[in-house]
Design a protein around this ligand. Structure first.
Ligand code: HPA
Length: 281
């Protein structure tokens, strides 16, 4: 019989475990144009996605595709520089496979970052926003199909998809750097076409503040495995119909690059705080 996700993820986690002695309990996924944080890790081991058994390969410019394991102020952390998206043609199982591997490596806290369009007119381009909740309009759910109880339960709660106590820590970290983080609801679409202005108006009526093409599938799988999730969006552009100029991937990447240092600074403060919280349970 073909290997199941459990066996494949376990094999990949064991492969990573042979490359480094480090056993991170915290992992971070860096979104489009937001890769800088990975360069700052102490004693880093970088493993290209191509080397890791069963790992999907990213096809998008700006997603370099490396798993980097290192330390921040002595706290071990696994950082995914790049991710794959459903719009590249990957199945929900493939999109979320890296999260399964992180879970099998023993990661307990997952920080998901992404580039997003700002739907809420109060948001500004270049701003970082904590994800308070999500709306899954990607048309997919990664836990459809036979459930493997070794990974998680058939039915599971999503009423706190994004941990309130991690958001509180993130607010504290931002305050110590003298900036303020807003919170918002992230709505995921499949992409890769950007939205129409009519879609954005509909999404606003539904209660969305941010729109993007990632994250939600990963959050569902992380919650399935019992991980705690923090989501951070970078508002790389105002959503379709709000800004005058047409949307482009170049704009998304350029804003990401302008903000990645601030995000890296925030994560550098936050990781040791999460490390302390994990110690105290
Ligand atoms: N829409 C969808 N995904 C995005 C956007 C957007 O406006 N900006 C960055 N990712």
């Amino acid at each position: 019989m073909a290997d199941t996700v459990f066996e494949k993820a376990t094999a990949a986690a064991e492969f990573v475990g042979r490359k480094t002695e480090s056993r991170p309990k915290i992992a971070i996924v860096l979104g489009s144009g937001l890769g800088a944080f990975a360069e700052q890790l102490e004693g880093a081991t970088a493993i290209s996605f191509a080397e890791i058994p069963h790992f999907p390969q990213s096809t998008v410019p700006g997603h370099s595709g490396k798993l980097v394991i290192g330390k921040v102020s002595g706290v071990p952390v696994a950082v995914m520089q790049g991710r794959v998206h459903a719009y590249e043609g990957y199945s929900p199982e493939e999109v979320t496979f890296p999260v399964r591997v992180l879970g099998r490596m023993g990661v307990r806290t997952l920080v998901l970052t992404n580039a997003a369009g700002g739907i809420n007119e109060g948001l500004k381009q270049g701003q970082l926003v904590l994800i308070a909740d999500h709306i899954n309009l990607s048309g997919r759910n990664p836990v459809v199909g036979a459930n493997d109880d070794r990974l998680g339960p058939r039915f599971f709660d999503m009423s706190e998809g994004y941990s309130a106590r991690l958001r509180e820590l993130a607010h504290e970290a931002a305050r110590s750097m003298e900036f303020r983080l807003d919170e918002g609801v992230y709505l995921s679409v499949l992409g890769p076409s950007f939205e129409t202005p009519a879609e954005i108006r509909a999404f606003r009526t539904m209660g969305a503040d941010l729109v993007g093409m990632s994250t939600v599938q990963e959050t569902i799988v992380a919650r399935h495995m019992g991980m705690e999730v923090l989501g951070i969006s970078c508002v790389t552009n105002l959503a379709a119909g709000i800004q005058k100029e047409p949307l482009s991937h170049e704009e998304v990447m350029a804003t990401g690059r302008a903000v990645e240092k601030q995000l890296a600074g925030l994560l550098t403060r936050l990781v040791p705080m999460i490390g302390e919280q994990l110690k105290s349970g």
